[in-house]
Design a binder for this molecule. Structure first.
Ligand SMILES: [Zn+2]
Length: 88
C-alpha cells in the first residue's frame, strides 16, 4: 500500500504527488529532481535539489531575465528558496 503525498516544486511551483517515504522524487512538470525530508508518512518537505550544479544551470535557463544581472552569482536567491523548506 502506497500513500501519495503532495509536495510543491520549488523550481516551477507546481504541486505534484509523490509516494510516501520516497527520498528522491522528480517533478513531472519541470523534471527537477528533489530530495525530500519526511516528518511522518503523510508530511514531506523538499529539502534540496538532487544536484546543486544541475539546479543552478536550470534556474539560469528558467529565469534568464531575472538572473541576468547576478548570473555570475545566482546562488543567494536559490538558497533562499530552498531554505524555506529546510527551516521548520
Ligand atoms: Zn517543477
Amino acid at each position: 500500500m502506497e500513500e501519495k503525498v503532495e509536495v510543491r516544486c520549488r523550481s516551477c511551483h507546481h504541486r505534484f504527488k509523490v509516494p510516501s517515504g520516497r527520498e528522491l522524487v522528480e517533478c513531472p512538470t519541470c523534471s527537477q529532481k528533489w530530495r525530500l525530508k519526511w516528518f511522518d508518512e503523510t508530511t514531506a518537505t523538499i529539502l534540496a535539489p538532487e544536484s546543486w550544479v544541475e539546479f543552478q544551470a536550470k534556474m539560469k535557463g528558467v529565469n534568464p531575465v531575472r538572473n541576468s544581472i547576478g548570473a555570475a552569482n545566482p546562488t543567494a536567491e536559490q538558497r533562499d528558496i530552498i531554505s524555506n523548506g529546510v527551516k521548520k
